[in-house]
Design a protein around this ligand. Sequence first.
Ligand code: ADP
Ligand code: MG
Length: 567
Amino acid sequence: MGIDGNTILAESLKKQGVEYVFGIVGIPVIETSMAFQAAGLKYIGMRNEQAACYAAQAIGYLTGKPGVCLAVSGPGLLHCVGGMANAQVNAWPLLVIAGSCAEDHEGIGGFQEWPQVDSSRIYCKYTARPPSPRLIPLHVEKAVRLASAGRPGAAYLDMPGTLLMGEVEEEKVPSLYNAETVKLAHPDPALVSQAADLLAGAKRPLIIVGKGAAYARAEDALCKLVDETKLPFLPTPMGKGVVPDASAHCVSAARTQALLKADVILLLGARLNWMLHFGQAPRFDKDVKVIQVDISPEEFHNSVKSEVAVHSDIKPFAEALAQKLREKKFALPPSSEWWQLLREKQKANAEFVAAQANDTSPPLNYFAVFKTVQAAIPEDSIIVSEGANTMDIGRGMLLNNKPRHRLDAGTFGTMGVGPGFAVAAAMWCRDYAPNKRVVCVEGDSAFGFSGMEIETMFRYKLPVIIVIVNNNGIYSGFDKEVMDDIQADGDVTQSTPPTALSVQVRYEKMMEMFGETGHLCHTVEEIQVAIKAAIAVTDRPSIINILINPSSSRKPQAFNWLTESKL
Ligand code: ADP
Ligand code: MG
């Protein structure tokens, strides 16, 4: 009996454990999407390939198996490029599959013809066009394996229409294995001993927990390590929740001082890139000793030389280290000078935040908004967040007490990821944690990139709570009088500030497209009422549009990180 490329592709994905496909169909992948559904894959049709690609990588991060992004040829694939780069930079598993121009039309101006394999190569760990339907299973296995193994990343498979439609005899299709999951890489015991000695001898030790630790599912081991050793820890943005933000040992509120004064840092699944100020002075002590643990040895000594570099999965390392420190009966006394200093800084920060947050006079500031949102949402919500001030201030105030419960602009600083991530997170909740909610906290500018995914959420009945912190602009905006004034005469292209967006846009009215109503808020009480109503809705998204003071901003920074030059 004959079997076509679409069916072989669908069954190969299923065999490799792929569960979700996010995409947009058109020629030549309509039949492909149907074959996916027939094979039992979950297909979620989205409105923009970029958002679909963000959704597919978020599901990869949440489940540990790459999600698939399905796109059409040419422009469809090219719209995925930002998503592929984001997955690769974030080190999240992703498999993009795009249709491409029929092979016999190549070179003569075929429909949406584009060198898609070449175009994808720099974004991916693996790219291929299977040479025949028979060889599809081999390339699917390899793409899934490479996207997931070692440091995760993106893979791309190119599927010409002729390949998808091509038929072969079923007996001729090799039935491919599903490779065994690679056993966790364990640390060299000698390096664990060195790490334990260094930490035990330190005056000001600090643990940094990165999103690699979240991806490694090292939460139990790390909670135990922190609990037993009483060491202060600092999560990176998406490392939040591996050890709960509410832990007494979390020093996020003293971040600047913790980084600056630490003499030994245990770096677990985080890179010393811009997010951690390259591990260099003036943000770090120039003599700080770093114990670096990573699944990817290429990462060691990047930017600064690590004192101890341990090639290991985070989980077995954390277990082995805890055992060593237990043998030494090591714990950092709460009365130590280091803890006293950190606690002082935490207190000062808490006082600053409380003073801002307690000013609830409208138009509201960011702090008052986040304090209210934090108090109103379920404690175990998955928080998706993007925007400039919205993400930065929200990171400190919206707590994560569970691992992999924060999805944000990430290492690449990508705006426009929010709605796609939220679709994926809500699908994951539906299948794996039915009562959990997704709260998508967006700046007004960030929401604009992929706002139309609200229709996707509505179509698939995903109860995402979208909170838009609306300040009329990028970074900050202008209020009505000022905006009217600056646009009053002359050429609007000359007078309109590039950071400005329209004033008080009624984003919540997008719910009216579906015959529903959204929420417009100016006050703390209105936010409380709106969130309560949104939580009660379980079969569709909600939009809560909060109009804030357009000149509200963050705490003045001790260091101007982006413009610190080393030239
Ligand atoms: P963050 O943004 O939190 O600082 P990064 O994305 O910069 O985190 O770094 C994550 C690191 O974690 C990467 O260097 C990656 O190789 C590593 N990593 C991913 N999975 C594992 C794992 N299972 N065990 C150890 N390290 C891992
Ligand atoms: Mg804004």
